[in-house]
Ligand binder design. Structure first.
Ligand code: F6P
Length: 499
């Protein structure tokens, strides 16, 4: 992505998005030259089109330590970089965000680590983001904070700028109370989030988990999607609600599900491009024209169930139900969080398994797995989606999984079968996928075989119904729904009286 560095933006913005990562990452090449490239992950995919429609500012980190940049414009987006030091990266990003919160919020698939220095860094960096948002937003403006790295920002920002309307969206799951309550700083995080006027979650279950944590830790009343936050502060565990209720007033915070989506029509548009369709055919030929191409596309993360997927596929090859002449699995594994120990171990584990499967079941002409440890430009991804007869999304836990939606959006030919984990948020909407429990290896094997052998009519009926959902509930509808609720808080106020 090209960008031109412009002088510091002096104006203030009516609409500000705050996320850990900017839509662009600073990339330093081996020869020392530097450029900006699109940053990884679903969050950027979802928010980029929203920002293009709204003339706002995007506050975030540029992906490299100690990067001091004045705000600039990047493809029509006003970008306000926040600098993180090497220590911030270690403690706030790799530590508290990705080695404490990430595993905790994903059902403790990997054990979370709890370190007080990491928490201190998280508080400090959240304050920095809150200060940057406070400086960028216009009087009475709207600030939309994103994701688990910045859960304290709503409260910190409200303390500096009570005039703002503040939204928060959690892109990852919110865990059940039994798991969440392990967090030593569980109350501070709930208080941080309750600084927002509207808190969005991916699934209804995530919103219910959050509300339960609010009731258990703060004793506040929740009614439907609303949380009543007393303006008189109450310490947790002090049972004086009756008294305060008679005297006090409260803010109402909305906490509910807003399932995120993608810019579906732009994916379909690309898929309809003749050059991309040609490329899809070429990919099949390059793979040796197998009868079936299966595809997995994931950040290389232990939540994605890549190991479970490979186990099921390896067993099908071992049992002779599949052969490398007939089937190829293309596995795109985007490098991610490469300095965090659990990710280092995962990469070793996955690459060992891929090597074993290819070594055991491959021939000179055909390898069972085409393994790609790098990202691809969007055009190539769309060609891969078009080439894939079966798409495998086998996450052990996933907030939404936008890859599932991208696959569906691209299949304007009403073909292709989606095998989808019931533990991915997308399964609430894409009910005509072949739903699986990825822990049940035999069940997954059966569904893979069913997907490969599914008659064309069934494939088309399922895909049509999923396409309707994804095209109607696209990312602009997601952001419009969220911002409508957020703006209604701004116009009608979120304060009420407890009687
Ligand atoms: O969607 C979850 C998320 O953590 C986003 O917040 C983030 O942008 C993306 O995944 C990629 O993760 P990271 O920024 O740690 O590379």
């Amino acid at each position: 992505m090209n960008s031109t560095v412009k002088p510091k933006i002096s104006g203030k913005y009516d609409f500000v998005v705050v996320s850990n990562r900017l839509p662009v990452d600073r990339v330093i090449e081996a020869d020392g030259s530097a450029s900006w490239a699109r940053s990884p992950g679903g969050l950027v995919t979802a928010l980029e089109p929203v920002m293009r429609q709204n003339d706002g500012a995007w506050i975030g980190w540029g992906g490299q330590p100690d990067l001091e940049f004045t705000p600039f414009e990047s493809e029509g987006i006003h970008v306000v970089p926040v600098a993180l030091s090497a220590a911030d990266l270690k403690y706030y990003y790799e530590g508290f965000s990705n080695d404490t919160l990430w595993p905790l919020y994903h059902d403790v698939i990997a054990p979370p680590s709890f370190h007080r220095e990491w928490w201190e860094s998280y508080v400090e960096v959240n304050q920095r983001f809150a200060d940057a948002a406070a400086a960028a937003a216009s009087p009475g403006g709207v600030v939309w904070v994103q994701d688990y790295q910045l859960q304290l920002v709503p409260k910190l920002l409200r303390e500096i700028r009570p005039d703002l309307t503040i939204g928060f969206f959690n892109h990852i799951p919110f865990p059940p109370y039994g798991i969440y309550s392990q967090l030593p700083w569980r109350t501070q995080i709930i208080e941080g989030l309750l600084g927002a006027d509207v808190i969005g979650f991916q699934r209804v279950a995530d919103a219910s988990n959050f509300q339960r944590a609010v009731r258990r830790l703060k004793g506040y009343v929740t009614k439907g999607s609303q949380v009543e936050v007393p303006l008189v502060d109450m310490s947790p565990g002090v049972r004086v609600f009756g008294e305060i209720k008679r005297q006090g007033s409260f803010r109402t915070v909305v906490a509910r599900a807003f399932p995120i989506s993608i810019d579906a029509s732009s994916f379909e548009e690309l898929a309809r491009t003749p050059a991309i369709q040609e490329r899809a055919k070429q990919i099949r030929e390059e793979l040796g024209s197998p009868k079936t191409i299966m595809l997995g596309v994931d950040r290389l993360d232990y939540t994605k169930g890549i190991g479970h997927r490979l186990k099921a596929y390896g067993e099908l090859l071992a049992e002779g139900k599949l052969s490398s002449e007939d089937v190829t699995l293309v596995q795109v594994a985007n490098p991610s969080r490469e300095r965090v120990q659990a990710y280092i171990e995962l990469r070793d584990e996955i690459e060992l398994t891929v090597g074993r499967i290819n070594g055991d079941y491959g021939t000179i002409a055909h390898v069972p797995i085409s393994y790609q440890h790098h990202g691809f430009p969007r055009e190539e991804m769309v060609a891969l989606y078009l080439a894939a007869d079966v798409m495998l999304v086998t996450a052990l836990r996933d907030g939404m999984n936008l890859v599932a939606k991208e696959y569906v959006a691209c299949r304007f030919d009403d073909d292709g079968v989606l095998v989808l984990s019931e533990f991915a948020g997308a399964s609430d909407e894409l009910k005509r996928a072949l739903l699986i429990n990825p822990h049940d290896i035999d069940g997954m094997k059966e569904k893979i075989m069913e997907a490969i052998g599914m008659p064309k009519r069934d494939r088309a009926a399922r895909m049509r119904s999923m396409r309707k959902r994804v095209l109607e509930h696209d990312v602009s509808r997601w952001s419009a729904d969220f911002l409508k609720v957020l703006e209604s808080r701004a116009h009608h106020g979120s304060q009420g009286h407890l009687l």
